[in-house]
Design a protein around this ligand. Structure first.
Ligand code: AMP
Length: 543
């Protein structure tokens, strides 16, 4: 017997319709590419989304066509997102920090018909244009601009296209499993692969990230996604913001600490999200500027492990609760978020920080398991002690990559994350490494992440740390630390190694510390360990 309740497909257009209807005057504040500010509202965003959807139709685009964006977090980008997916087309967000060859590869692989771009990225478009023959329209996210026309004569302009249309438009209704957006993995090895999200997966993910034990989003929040819209859809926040009707502050190109502190203070941001490097810059700026960040209640840290010192500083100095979260492009991205349970409330501050330092536990909708090998099916107990290959399953987890016929899953239907972790009885996850970054010394595994976190305890001295495996004649591999020091720091190798001796077993202490000027990062700010290995892995053999 069937239930007797209404069925409505879960469509992205319904998020923006909801925001337009019930949060019409709630602000969406956006920093433009020229650093001016635009103050708009959810109802105006919804109107422009409809007008741009009509503009896309007028250009001859059809359902399922891929429309790429190379843009900052700003209001036009937001409107275009809703226009594209709401109109049954696929919004392909592209990371502008990719190498040009990778950019060309993914534009061609996705068969993008249109590229929407911010003026900042005009040189990039001009450089790759000859290699992306399928792209029919280049639309600059601005009003008419002669500089753009000079460099790219065929360019069209978002504002001009939108102005030509009115907002009388009914969003199409279609199957909720239809593809809505496409995001490529950052591809530290091999070619990037596309994760193709659906309207349904996006809707369920957005509801899950808004839950109190995830990010706890509401209409009382002023949310600033610093994480770019091209990095797994800004972790889904522009969708969840429309669902809950929060105020949005979109920081545009200004991702430096000073600009972010100014936005937080001026617009009273209550929750902001970003990768650890963003927060490091912000904390330094807040200190130098004497800002109390008094409006900030929560900050979400993900993408890489959050150092303990960061959680302490946010809590002790700014009274802000850090939510550490874990996820991947393939998981939409939220897999887990670190929020306390009732049983933790009586614990000491130190013990609570230990819980918050985990990558957190899954919301309803995803499950985790550990296996004894990569792509394996032999499970290991989730007892908080045993380490295994982390696998995940759920409503917003990838099934197969865009354009690939074969499943991305294990034979029994789980997605292997490539992460090595423990999971405890409550589901709290602790990532110890990427499978390929673990160090195997004399048959024993050493976690590079644990050693990096120890180095980052020297917050006043070290701004970035990477531990990699160096080849060793006796032990096969030994850990070495590669670190970037702050300009005035006098920290020495001996001092760091002495500190390690207090924190880890003797055989886990790095064999060598190498200070460098900079560490190579990929397009989403993650350390490119492959490059570091190529450069330094023979160093112990040479010595
Ligand atoms: P991406 O698909 O580029 O977002 O990368 C996903 C990978 O980033 C994960 O598989 C993890 O290895 C890493 N990652 C994401 N969040 C965290 C976190 N909170 N702590 C440690 N590693 C993380």
């Amino acid at each position: 017997m069937q239930g007797r309740m209404m069925f409505q497909p879960l469509l992205i257009s319904s998020f923006i319709e909801h925001a337009a209807q019930y949060h019409s005057d709630t602000a969406v504040i956006s920093k433009n590419t020229d650093l001016s500010m635009t103050h708009t509202t959810w109802s105006k965003v919804a109107n422009n989304a409809k007008r741009f959807a009509k503009a896309l139709n007028s250009l001859g685009l059809q359902a399922h066509h891929r429309i790429a964006t190379i843009a900052w977090n700003n209001h036009r980008h937001l409107e275009a997102w809703y226009a594209i997916s709401g109109n049954q087309m696929i919004c392909h967000t592209i990371n502008p920090r990719l190498f040009p060859e990778q950019l060309i590869f993914i534009i061609n692989d996705a068969q993008d018909r249109v590229i929407l771009f911010d003026k900042t990225f005009l040189p990039l478009i001009v450089a790759v244009k000859a290699h992306i023959p399928l792209v029919e329209h280049f639309i600059c996210l601005s009003d008419y601009d002669t500089d753009v026309i000079e460099a790219l004569p065929e360019a069209q302009f978002y504002d001009v296209l939108v102005t030509k249309q009115n907002s009388e438009f009914n969003w199409p209704i279609f199957d909720e499993t239809t593809a809505s957006s496409l995001c490529y993995t950052s591809g530290t090895t091999g070619n990037p692969k596309g994760a193709l999200y659906s309207h349904r997966s996006t809707a369920l993910h957005s509801m899950a990230i808004a839950l109190p034990d995830s990010m706890g989003l509401s209409a009382k929040d002023v949310m600033m996604p610093v994480v770019p819209m091209f990095h797994v859809n800004a972790w889904g926040t522009p969708y969840a913001a429309a669902m809950v009707g929060s105020t949005l502050v979109l920081p545009g190109p200004g991702l430096d600490g000073t600009s972010l502190v100014n936005l937080i203070d001026q617009y009273q941001v209550s929750i902001a999200l970003g990768v650890p490097t963003i927060w490091q810059g912000l904390l330094t700026a807040a200190k130098n500027m004497g800002s109390q960040l008094s409006s900030m209640k929560r900050n979400v840290v993900g993408g890489s492990a959050c150092p303990a010192s960061m959680i302490h500083t946010f809590k002790d100095v700014y009274n802000c609760d850090t939510i550490h979260a874990w996820g991947m492009t393939e998981t939409s991205p939220l897999g887990t978020a670190a929020q306390l349970k009732t049983k933790h409330l009586g614990l000491s501050q130190e013990e609570q920080t230990y819980v918050r330092l985990s990558q957190g536990r899954p919301p309803f909708g995803v499950s985790l398991r550990l296996c004894d090998q990569e792509q394996g099916t032999n499970t290991i107990p989730s007892d908080g002690k045993q380490t295994g290959n982390l696998q995940i399953k759920g409503h917003w987890i990838i099934d197969s990559y865009f354009g690939k016929d074969q499943s991305a899953l294990t034979i029994d239907g789980w997605f292997d994350t490539g992460d090595i972790a423990t999971v405890d009885m409550d589901g709290y996850l602790r990532i110890s490494d990427r499978a390929k970054d673990l160090i195997k010394s004399g048959g024993e595994w050493i976690s590079s992440v644990e050693l990096e976190n120890i180095a980052l305890d020297f917050t006043n001295d070290i701004s970035m740390a990477a531990v990699i495996a160096a080849k060793h004649p006796k032990w096969d591999e030994r850990p070495i630390l590669i670190a970037v020091k702050h300009a005035e720091s006098q920290l020495t190798e001996a001092e760091i190694l002495e500190y390690y001796a207090k924190k880890v077993a003797k055989w886990q202490i790095p064999d060598e510390v190498i200070f460098v000027q900079s560490i190579p990062l990929n397009g989403t700010g993650k350390i490119l360990k492959k490059e570091l290995r190529e450069q330094f892995e023979h160093i112990l053999l040479e010595e």
